[in-house]
Design a protein around this ligand. Structure first.
Ligand code: SF4
Length: 301
């Protein structure tokens, strides 16, 4: 390795070079370089956020700190909403049912501590695709506390979300399993497990204000994927409440149906990934993949 030229040692670079040599001696050069890099990435993150782009790097400490502050500031409304959902007791029949299931448990889960409360939405607050399901499963989300987690519907859905780039993994077993969604948020028409998966009209009405607040707050959403007729109707009813839809008549639920709605979003209908549909072949993995590929295509337009 050639020696540093004398002119540079005495010139304007001398201070930097000497400082670097000093730091190297002290074993601090790596730390210094990491700090410089972190500051650069942090500044780049802020600039890109201003231009509405994604964070360029998820490794540097300053980038993470800036990102966390940004998310905290922007998503306080969602934290507040989810806290209210979890504490909700508006539907006496569902409160009784969800708690009874949590007490009695299914034999296979007798050692598990059931969630037994309303299940809040889950996913990316910057989502461009919203998945609107029916309700928590009695021994699925009502046990784990996260939508589609720990039941057959989730086992069918999350591999598809992983394959289409919306999830970082295909497994969803419990709230600590490391699952993260990217560009997608999952919610439901009702947030408490109903007997026989059939919420009453009054229960759907009781829960609707939570859906309204989610839809108002998730401002990047361009596509709503309705899983099943109840999710489909829940979205149409939301538009009716907002005065953006006079009648539901023209909107027919069928798998793959796609409608451009008055609020600018696209409503995409899918069969629900329930056992009943997936075991009978009514909904195949290929059909479901097509739905999420289409949702991604529309959302990225
Ligand atoms: S279904 Fe909705 S409104 Fe009814 S108790 Fe559960 S969270 Fe509350």
């Amino acid at each position: 390795m050639s020696a540093c030229p004398a002119s540079r040692q005495n010139g304007p670079h001398a201070v930097t070079i000497n400082r670097k040599a000093e730091l190297e001696r002290d074993g601090k050069l790596t730390l210094w370089l990491r700090r410089v890099l972190a500051e650069w990435v942090g500044a780049a993150f802020v600039q890109r956020k201003k231009r509405g782009k994604e964070c360029p790097c998820h490794m540097s400490l300053s980038c993470k700190v800036v990102a966390m502050a940004h998310h905290r500031e922007n998503n306080e409304w969602l934290r507040q909403l989810n806290a209210e959902v979890i504490a909700c007791t508006r539907c006496p029949r569902l409160v009784e049912y969800r708690e009874k299931i949590a007490r009695e448990k299914r034999r296979a889960y007798r050692d598990c501590e059931y969630w037994g409360k309303p299940v809040p939405g889950f996913g990316d607050p910057e989502a461009r695709v919203l998945v609107l399901g029916l309700a928590p499963g009695a021994h699925g989300s009502n046990r784990t506390g996260r939508p589609f987690t720990g039941d057959a519907s989730g086992k069918f859905m999350f591999p598809v979300l992983h394959e289409t780039g919306f999830a970082n993994q295909s497994d969803a077993t419990d709230r600590e399993d490391g699952l993260e969604l990217k560009g997608l948020y999952i919610t439901a028409a009702v947030r408490c497990a109903p007997p026989d998966n059939k919420p009453l009209p009054q229960e759907l009405a009781n829960c609707a204000p939570y859906l309204d607040r989610e839809l108002e707050g998730l401002k990047q959403v361009k596509v709503v994927v309705a899983l099943g007729r109840i999710g489909f109707d829940a979205y149409l009813n939301y538009l009716k409440r907002r005065g953006q839809l006079a009648s539901r008549k023209a909107y027919v639920f069928q798998h793959g149906a796609k409608y451009k709605m008055a609020d600018g979003k696209t409503l995409l209908a899918s069969y629900h990934p329930s056992n009943q549909n997936t075991q009978t072949g009514k909904l195949t993995r290929q059909m479901f993949v097509r739905i999420f590929k289409e949702a991604a295509r529309i959302a990225d337009r």
